[in-house]
Design a protein around this ligand. Structure first.
Ligand code: AMP
Ligand code: ZN
Length: 496
């Protein structure tokens, strides 16, 4: 039995392509990270669950993964194109706070969400402000041939590279019309590489450059950090689907200029062989936002009593290229599915004398092939097929459920197969328990001990056929927000 070739959807060609690494046996991936001016919303976190799923799949299929995620702490304007204010400076001014403190606080908050969602640590978290020198070198090397200077800064002339905007497919002057034109720009889509601090103003973050004191453009950062840490061309560049329109076409243009590359008919000329984009998490009312309506942060889900892995499950249930609509009912259903899985894992663990140890090289596909034979191999193959078909996690999840439901299976092999599949899906099924899923909602008036105690008294009353006391206890619990779940199929006696 051989592994299935990995097919991934390349946004640049709008086609499924077989993954062929640039460097034999390796996979080098760059993911556009958060702008740390505020907490990420759960839609932002979908982008990192997707990148993690991709990284895990590559590792599982035997590639030595080098993953870089950046932290944007300078340069990202309130409009992705060339208008508005720097998001970080704006927040710092609004709050009259030190910009570095803001960056630190929100970077740490983002990392907490990363951990809670069981997203693996990348090889590098590259922080934009650590690469200012490299950005200046990059900009200097392309300035003569590809840029021009205006009062407001150094601009990239998109007409100087071939196939500008191919990734977006729809970049027209009309499309860019919503952007208030900067006077003197040669093309509407031209963008700032370096932004000068306007005379009389002072930014909290600014550096000297040949084009005056100021700050780098957001697009420049990602070109510089990806090229420096992974080398051009690298394998895969990821981001949310909004980046397909402006940020990534601009990165590509800069990469072409820096590498002296021609047409994008050769995808490697873009700086990466594959450009992959996750679709949006949306709310019923439309686009997810940090300012309008309820700010859907991961912490809000936790405060309401949902384990963060229920959100990961919700993401995995949809293909990354499909739009996903968030609803509390949907999250509840994902939590129930996770509970059911964990109940089966607990039963499986009870059948094991010893918990099998993780092999040295991890629970990889190749290891599973070698270790697990016979009737189980088709399940492994189907899981591999699903993941190899552009990361089809919804199908892979159903195969994992089949494994757990499979009756005549040696428990050791069942555990190993489960471990191997979860190495890809990252639901942490080997470590999380059903009890961990029980999160105390913020503001709950009653403790677990009090609930357990009331339920024990209720059980005793029922045993003595004292239904008046039993009902009274139940009513008391209901009044404190506890739902008593007699005969629950998943063995949960109560929920808050
Ligand atoms: P930002 O911090 O705004 O740069 O965004 C971080 C990441 O989240 C980027 O990859 C965005 O493309 C992605 N993103 C933004 N909104 C959503 C959403 N509603 N659903 C999924 N991904 C999103
Ligand atoms: Zn980026």
């Amino acid at each position: 039995m051989t592994a299935t070739a990995l097919q991934l959807f390349n946004s640049l060609t709008r086609k499924l392509e077989t993954f062929h690494p640039v460097h034999h046996g390796e996979a080098r991936v760059y993911t556009c990270g958060p702008t740390v001016y505020n907490y990420p919303h759960i839609g932002n976190m979908r982008a990192y669950v997707f990148a993690d799923l991709l990284g895990r799949t590559l590792s599982w299929k035997g590639y030595k993964l080098t993953h870089v995620i950046n932290i944007t702490d300078v340069g990202h304007l309130t409009d992705d194109a060339d208008d508005g204010e720097d998001k970080m400076e704006k927040m710092a001014a609004q709050r009259a706070q030190d910009i570095w403190d803001i960056a630190k606080h929100y970077t740490e908050a983002y990392w907490a969400d990363v951990k809670a969602l069981n997203i693996r640590q990348p090889a590098h978290w590259s922080v934009a402000t650590d690469y200012i020198e490299d950005m200046l070198e990059f900009a200097k090397s392309i300035a003569d041939k590809h840029c021009y200077e205006l009062d407001s800064g150094l601009y990239f002339d998109v007409a100087t590279v071939a196939d500008y905007g191919r990734l977006a497919r729809a970049v027209t002057d009309e499309g860019e019309g919503r952007i208030e034109a900067v006077e003197g720009k040669r093309n509407a889509a031209d963008f700032a590489i370096w932004r000068k601090t306007p005379p009389g103003e002072k930014r909290q973050m600014e550096w000297d450059s040949p084009w005056g004191r100021g700050a780098p453009g957001w697009h420049l950062e990602c070109s510089v950090m990806s090229g420096k840490l992974l080398g051009f061309p690298f394998d895969i560049h990821t981001g949310g689907i909004d980046h397909r329109e402006i940020h990534h076409p601009n990165e590509i243009a800069q990469n072409q200029a820096f590498c002296g590359c021609g047409s994008l008919a050769e995808t490697a000329n873009s700086g990466a062989n594959l450009w992959m984009h996750n679709n949006f998490l949306v709310e019923r009312s439309g686009k997810m936002s940090k300012s309008a309506g309820e700010f859907l942060r991961l912490q809000l889900l936790i405060d309401k009593g949902y384990h963060p892995l229920a959100y990961r499950m919700m993401c995995l249930q949809a293909h990354y290229r499909s739009e996903l609509e968030f609803s509390w009912d949907g999250l509840e259903a994902a939590l129930t599915r996770l509970k059911r899985l964990l109940m089966q894992v607990e039963k499986l663990k009870q059948r094991l004398e010893d918990i099998p140890a993780e092999p040295d090289g991890g629970w990889t596909l190749e290891w599973a092939h070698g270790e697990i034979g016979g009737a189980l191999l088709p399940l492994l193959a189907r899981f591999d097929d699903a993941m190899s078909e552009d990361l089809n996690s919804p199908v892979a999840l159903t195969v994992l459920e089949e494994v757990l439901g499979f009756k005549k299976m040696d428990p050791v092999h069942k555990y190993q197969l489960l471990a191997s599949m979860d190495a890809v899906l990252g639901l942490d099924l080997l470590n999380v328990t059903r009890k961990d899923l029980r999160i105390r909602p913020k503001g709950a008036e009653i403790t677990e001990e009090e609930i357990e105690d009331a339920l024990a008294r209720r059980k005793a009353a029922r045993a003595e056929k004292d239904f008046a006391t039993s009902d009274a206890l139940r009513d008391e619990l209901t009044a404190k927000g506890v739902e008593v779940m007699d005969g629950d199929a998943l063995g949960w006696e109560w929920t808050l």
